[in-house]
Design a protein around this ligand. Structure first.
Ligand code: URP
Ligand code: ZN
Ligand code: ZN
Length: 539
């Protein structure tokens, strides 16, 4: 009897929150204070109250990056308590989910998004609420976004993003971009790592006159990152040559979206990738190359890895499954939605990037979700240089990758978990709290039905954008359930998310990529056989 009353009470509280949720959902959420920004393990109650704090997933195939097994998964208060066959819990307040003939996997982690980012005279259309809603509906339970400094100032940028993220609906972390160099920036990088859980900094080698850095700055950044145990990330394109390429297209009278691809060919991506790799080798620090879009850039990474260098290559879904023919589409709205940098390449590059992913040359998949609607894209109707750069993907990544790579037999299911979740958690040093279905891991879990299918459309997606670069794509494999920190947020095609329920995940420095760097530094120093002591040196 007591249990029934308790259960009714829980439902009443839940309905009340649903009402609140509906009212918040309809608003722009701009009024939400930064109190929703909570540090992980802070003990504060940041989550959405749910009727079930206990969930038992029965009979599914539990897939981790290292093994798969038929087992039940028991979750309590947002944490996985047990993973083993035939779990029985005699408690009627448990939600039981039947996952028979389905895969139970860690929720996706997207290492590369731009939510609520001011860029090219406008701001991305998805904020931390709509972006997270889209992500959860597609099986992604954490993203790592990029803090853009304000006038080069990291602290001001971080505070601004903290506020933007107060409407987060799932867990998230931050990388911080470096756009200028002075003593303050150098000191602020220390503060970011020590106090704010930042363990990666990004350097844009393109976007001249806006975010771009030169080699001098990149070198300073590489040295500083190394000293802090933070990962150096690069957007690798030769920004000076891109401007030259853009001018060349305009001089030729090519002003449409195809001019975007023509002005920044693979050679400019390969050159910058090679340059960043060599500078990282010179400093002896790990390097992470974001959005690897071409065979040319991928081969530079392959060469470096073969030589033993620690270089991580991140392809993005658009680069893996789309090709540049869309940029020649006669309809501007259609063509412009595919404008991103580096550009989506000719047919053939995507297949080669998929192959590199399957063999480990490239390690994890992001989206670079940076969405602008058709009105924003039309800023560049008469000049492709003014089309805001970026495509969607946060909601589609898990589905499109499953269909393109698992369904076709290019990778196995454990590799799928590795490239969509586990590898990201390892690189950014939050494994096995994230990226695994293990006892003690956060209960960020998806249930995928390999026999169901998905279909992408701007009319049904959860992004605010009115377009979708995967429009009309149909494929096998559907995320039927998403659990975020122990709450069922996506089930029966219904999304139940609340702004402010996501938690900030602090990421500690010195990931596995830094193991042994001190030893190779010592080996380097002893190899110098210098300074040579000469008898006449002083004369
Ligand atoms: O086109 C892109 N990639 N937009 C987002 C900014 C960036 O370069 O990552
Ligand atoms: Zn970029
Ligand atoms: Zn990006």
């Amino acid at each position: 009897m007591a249990a029934v009353i308790q259960s009714k009470l829980v439902w009443a509280v839940y309905l009340l929150h649903l009402l609140l949720l509906i009212s918040i959902h309809g608003s722009t959420s701009d009024s939400i204070s930064s109190e929703g920004f909570c540090a992980v393990n802070s003990g504060s109650d940041c989550g959405l109250p749910s009727p079930y704090t206990k969930i038992l997933i029965k009979g599914g195939t539990v897939v981790n990056a290292h093994r798969k097994e038929v087992a039940d998964v028991y979750i309590e208060d947002g944490v996985i308590l047990s993973v083993r066959p035939n779990i029985r819990i005699p408690d009627e307040n448990i939600k039981i989910i039947d996952a028979t003939r389905k895969y139970v996997m860690p929720g996706g982690i997207d290492p590369h998004t731009h939510l609520d980012m001011e860029f090219m005279g406008t701001a991305t259309i998805d904020d931390f609420f709509t972006g997270h809603a889209a992500a959860l509906a597609g099986g992604t339970t954490m993203n790592i976004d990029f803090v853009i400094p304000i006038n080069g100032n990291l602290t001001a940028g971080f505070e601004a993003y903290k506020h933007k993220a107060s409407k987060a609906a799932m867990d998230y972390g931050f990388h911080v971009a470096i756009t200028k160099w002075d003593e303050d920036v150098s000191k602020d990088m220390e503060v970011m790592v020590r106090d704010h859980g930042i363990n990666s900094f990004k350097f844009f080698m393109a976007y001249k006159g806006a975010l771009m850095v030169n080699d001098d700055l990149l070198l300073e950044g590489l040295k500083k990152c190394k000293s802090l145990g933070a990962l150096t990330m690069v957007h690798a394109e030769n920004g000076d040559a891109v401007v030259e390429g853009q001018n060349r297209m305009i001089d030729l009278g090519i002003t449409g979206p195809e001019g975007h691809a023509l002005s920044r060919p693979p050679v400019l991506e390969a050159e910058a990738t090679a340059r960043a790799i060599r500078l990282a080798a010179f400093v002896n620090t790990p390097l992470y190359v974001v959005h690897v879009m071409s065979i040319d850039a991928m081969e530079e990474i392959a060469k470096a890895k073969k030589a033993g260098q620690r270089v991580v290559g991140e392809p993005v879904v658009s680069g893996l499954v789309l090709d540049d023919s869309w940029l020649w589409h006669p309809d501007f709205t259609t063509a412009s939605k595919y404008v991103m940098s580096p550009p989506i390449r000719e047919l053939g590059h995507g297949q080669a990037l998929q192959a590199a992913l399957s063999t480990g040359t490239l390690q994890l998949v992001g989206t670079d979700h940076c969405t602008f609607n058709s009105t924003q894209k039309a800023f560049g109707l008469h000049d492709f240089r003014k089309i805001p750069n970026g495509v969607n993907g946060l909601e589609e990544r898990m589905h499109v990758l499953w269909d393109a790579m698992v369904e076709t037999g290019k990778i196995n299911i454990m590799d799928y978990v590795r490239i969509t979740s586990t590898e990201c958690a390892r690189i950014f040093n939050i494994y096995p709290k994230k990226g695994a279905i293990l006892e003690g891991s956060d209960a960020d879990i998806i249930i995928l039905n390999p026999n169901a299918s998905f279909e992408v459309s701007a009319t049904s997606h959860h992004s605010r954008s009115d377009t979708n670069v995967y429009e009309g794509r149909i494929g096998k494999g559907k995320v039927e359930v998403t659990i975020s920190r122990g709450r069922v947020v996506w089930e029966n095609d219904v999304l139940n998310v609340m702004p402010g329920s996501g938690k900030y995940i602090k990421m500690p420095p010195f990931s596995y990529l830094f193991d042994g760097i001190d030893k190779s530094d010592a080996a380097y120093l002893s190899s110098l056989r210098a300074p040579v002591k000469r008898a006449n040196a002083a004369s």
